[in-house]
Design a protein around this ligand. Structure first.
Ligand code: PHE
Length: 342
């Protein structure tokens, strides 16, 4: 009799599906609680004949263990779900099922390339480890010119192996201009994104590693107006229609005339703040007409062709667009920063 009842309850326990908290409660009342069916069986144990009591008692204990462990497992799985909903105590622990997001620099680079792509610019690439020739000499930097030092170059070694030239980390993406013009006949219209390196102390405003996008347009009859129109259009697309733009005269060995482009500071709308150093304007690009010497250095006839070039910092543009005040955030990989761009 008793053995039959035990078998029946065992089947019921095994078949019981606990899929929510109310199932869990019912299971507890039926099988685990002090007034449950197992408790009743334990009460009846005293009526079992003495010689069989030990064996029945053992079976009953097995059943009790089965019910309790099933109950405990289910209870634990529900309490886990609850813990997930509660805020974790350690806020730096990331949610294990959260989705990743693109790095803000990746997003801004893609946007820059998209804007120029619609104006007919292709995308080109070049090496980060470069020789003095491509980073300086071909770009019309005279030997021993102070501009070479101005760029705080990381040199690797002089004349390693077969290379009869200084090897260095490129200080700008302008090296890709030279490589492109060596391999392609005009018309050339291309943008060149990449990492650049300068030996500078790391601070909120400077880093030894950052990103640029270079632009180059070489054809017949390219004018300074074409350059201004192109960058003007870029600024409006990137920062919005109300953005004001200005060009200031500047100097680069590889462009003549040269200019720097400023836009109205997006943080103070031109009124003057810490980010623009009270000027109301921030520089976003260097630019100019390709110096005829550069064209001759790569074998392009400078009496037939001319062009413009520009170079802009991706970090600077990202900082303005998203009001980020410290360059170091881009390389620290703190999820609390990165998550804000998903
Ligand atoms: N290479 C320059 C820099 O890193 C920017 C630039 C590019 C200026 C192309 C003019 C033309 O500062």
């Amino acid at each position: 009799m008793m053995q039959e009842e035990i078998k029946k309850i065992q089947d019921e326990i095994n078949a019981f599906i606990i899929s929510n908290e109310s199932d869990l409660d019912n299971f507890r009342i039926d099988f685990v609680g002090r007034k449950g069916r197992l408790a009743t069986l334990f009460d009846q144990l005293k009526n079992v004949p003495a010689e069989a009591r030990r064996e029945v008692g053992q079976t009953l204990n097995g059943l009790k263990n089965l019910a309790e462990s099933k109950f405990a497992t289910a209870q634990e799985s529900f309490s886990n779900t609850q813990a997930d909903v509660k805020a974790p105590d350690d806020l730096t622990i990331s949610d294990p099922i959260s989705q990743g997001s693109l790095h803000p620099l990746t997003m801004v680079r893609a946007r820059i390339l998209e804007i120029f792509n619609r104006m007919g610019f292709s995308v080109s690439d070049g090496p980060e480890i470069e020789t003095d020739f491509y980073n300086f000499t071909a770009l019309n930097f005279p030997a021993n010119h102070p501009a070479r030092e101005m760029q705080d170059t990381f040199f690797i070694e002089k004349g390693a192996g077969d290379i009869q030239d200084d090897v260095l980390l490129r200080t700008h993406t302008s090296n890709v201009q030279i490589r492109l013009m060596q391999h392609q006949k005009p018309p050339i219209r291309s943008v060149m994104p990449g990492r650049v390196f300068r030996n500078e102390a790391i601070s909120a405003r400077a880093h030894c590693l950052f990103h640029q996008v270079e632009g180059l347009y070489v054809d017949e009859n390219v004018s300074f107006k074409d350059l201004k129109d192109t960058l003007y259009h870029f600024a409006k697309e990137m920062f919005g229609k109300d953005t004001q733009v200005r060009f200031r005269p500047s100097y680069f060995p590889f462009t003549e005339p040269s200019a720097e482009m400023d836009i109205t500071c997006l943080l103070c709308k031109g009124e003057g703040c810490n980010v623009c150093k009270q000027a109301g304007w921030v520089e976003i690009a260097g630019a100019g007409m390709v110096d005829p010497n550069v064209l001759e250095n790569v074998g392009i006839d400078s009496t037939k062709y001319n062009g413009f070039a520009f170079g802009m910092g991706i970090e600077r543009i990202t900082m303005l667009k998203y009001q980020i005040k410290d360059l170091r955030l881009f390389t620290e990989n703190d999820v609390r920063f990165l998550k804000q761009f998903s």
